[in-house]
Design a protein around this ligand. Structure first.
Ligand SMILES: Cc1cc2nc3c(=O)[nH]c(=O)nc-3n(C[C@H](O)[C@H](O)[C@H](O)COP(=O)(O)O)c2cc1C
Length: 414
């Protein structure tokens, strides 16, 4: 019976444990978690979601305070189109987050950064260009493009000296999305180094409509593999979404996947950024507590716990401080939904906005409990303590369980 450890992900001359811990913004997949995974020989992700806030928390910088001060005059204005990022400061924050993480890296594994295209930041092209190139400047091993089709993203990095040596890949949820991406990037003569295929059971935003339940990861992986074979393209494929045991992973590896990407099991790791109280909510969750809804202003469905405090909250938009979801015209679907409620309740008191949520603020405060579809099984991966709470695990314990387990067994902690 095979184990994950019987396989290796080959990147040039490097050989890695074929386990990738997916990016989880905002600072849920922390540098600490990514560093631990790299030490163990796999690939860990940090994320550049709300990177200025992450930098402030990690390094005591004042990017958010500074931006808020600069746009203070606009706080009561429902029109947020003036609120923009200073590209120099954005580069600085990205380089700090990435650079300090890479300096601390030990071991044979790698650290990638997850870059979501949907963080449009009121200047989609310019901000993405800064984010991608600053991460390369700061020595990131690889970039995973996500939450969007990224048709122009490779071109935004094409002049960077590391464009051909850093590992660059994309997350897709259909063969169609990959075809579009490859067609658009063909003229750059640079294939992605890996493609993560994310199925409908993943956490975070889903690359499907509300009909997500009709799709199946193994089927999409087979379709993508068939397409690449027809086109005679050799790109490592990395399935993601609902891979809960080492044996689940082996099933994909035996069928030709280069590695698997996982996340949910690591949400309850000590090194994961969620506060302990929230980790307990993940442990406690039952199947009925896990929902897919449309409250994210990005327009993508998102999976989360039903008791997520962000759902129905009616806070004032915080774009002067954050503003990561402002589109190219300075709009965000939450602002629209909020303004509709304000029009109905001009005193602004006891407002509840049900259709959309202020994702920046709630993700930043760990009040949007996005999760994968297997979250209800986390309680089976640990022990219950005498006070009724569940024991938080080390990332090493979870990683090694994936790496060495057979027969769908899950090793409980000591
Ligand atoms: C809490 C949480 C947050 C996530 N945030 C992001 C994100 O910011 N960007 C992204 O591309 N994927 C995100 N994901 C998706 C994961 O990176 C990963 O591909 C997926 O969840 C793997 O499936 P699994 O959780 O069933 O193992 C998130 C997943 C979780 C559980």
């Amino acid at each position: 019976m095979k184990r994950v450890d019987d396989f290796r992900l080959k990147f040039g001359r490097r050989e890695l444990v074929p386990l990738i811990i997916g990016g989880m913004g905002v600072d849920i997949s922390t540098a600490e978690l990514a560093l631990e995974v790299a030490r163990l020989g796999g690939i860990g992700h940090i994320s550049d979601a709300m990177v200025q806030d992450v930098s402030d928390r990690r390094f005591d910088t004042e990017f958010v305070k500074e931006k808020t001060k600069f746009y203070k005059h606009n706080i009561d204005n429902s029109d947020k189109s003036v609120v923009q990022f200073d590209l120099g400061r954005l580069a600085e924050a990205t380089k700090l987050h990435v650079g300090r993480t890479m300096e601390a890296k030990r071991g044979e594994g790698m650290i990638f950064i997850n870059c979501m295209e949907k963080l449009t930041m009121n200047a989609p092209r310019e901000t993405l260009q800064v984010r991608l190139n600053s991460a390369l400047d700061a020595g990131i091993d690889g970039i995973t493009l996500s939450a969007g089709l990224h048709l122009g993203s490779f071109a935004l990095m094409a002049e960077h000296p590391r464009f051909r040596d850093a590992k660059l890949g994309i997350i897709v949820s259909s063969v169609r999305a990959l075809q579009l991406f490859l067609r658009k990037t063909a003229r750059l003569n640079r294939l992605p180094d890996f493609v993560v295929i994310e199925g409908p059971l993943a956490g975070g935003h889903l690359g499907f409509g509300m009909d997500w339940a009709q799709y199946d990861l193994a089927t999409i992986v087979a379709e993508v593999a068939q397409y690449l074979q027809t086109e005679k393209l050799d790109i490592p494929l990395i399935p993601a979404g609902g891979i809960f045991t080492g044996t689940d992973a082996v099933e994909f590896l035996e069928r030709g996947a280069a590695a698997v990407q996982v996340a949910t099991r690591f949400t309850v790791a000590k090194e994961c950024g969620l506060p302990d109280k929230v980790k307990q909510e993940y442990f406690k969750a039952s199947e009925e507590d896990i929902v897919v809804n449309g409250v994210s202003p990005t327009g993508y469905p998102m999976r989360m716990l039903r008791n997520t405090p962000a759902i129905g909250a009616g806070i004032r938009p915080n774009c002067e401080a954050y503003g990561y979801l402002l589109d190219g015209a300075g709009n965000c679907a939450y602002i629209t939904a909020y303004n509709q409620q304000i029009a109905l309740h001009p005193d602004g008191k006891n407002i509840s906005v049900v259709d959309k949520t202020c994702l920046c603020t709630h993700m930043r405060n760990y009040n949007c409990w996005t999760c994968g579809s297997t979250t209800n099984r986390l309680k089976d991966t640990t022990r219950r303590l005498s006070d009724g709470s569940y024991q938080v695990l080390s990332a090493e314990h979870i990683f090694r369980d994936y790496q060495f387990s057979v027969d769908h067994q899950i090793l409980l902690p000591n």
